[in-house]
Design a protein around this ligand. Sequence first.
Ligand code: FES
Length: 110
Amino acid sequence: VVVETVERVEVGFVRDVDAKSVLRVALSDDRVIAVVQLDDGTYTAFEGRCPHKSGPISDGRICEDVVVCPWHGFRFDLRSGEPAGMQSIMKLPVFPVTVESGRIFVTVNK
Ligand code: FES
């Protein structure tokens, strides 16, 4: 049995994240996550290190809810974390985001 512990972290305000900006958040365990706004106006968060070779994927170009890693160009769907447009078993960890009273919360595994 695998028991996963999750934590809900307040990361900022909706005014900090718009269609053209990425909010990077350092967690207490040294992980960095990136919070972005999707094309439909909702938010998502993803691991800041690429699952391929740990490239800085939070610096990647984002277009149509897909992020492109700046190191080798792997693409990931920001809703599911699934690779986009390629055969790959790698998946980008994505995290649920909720908004309450203009504040953004991300649920991360510990
Ligand atoms: S490290 Fe991201 S594609 Fe290689």
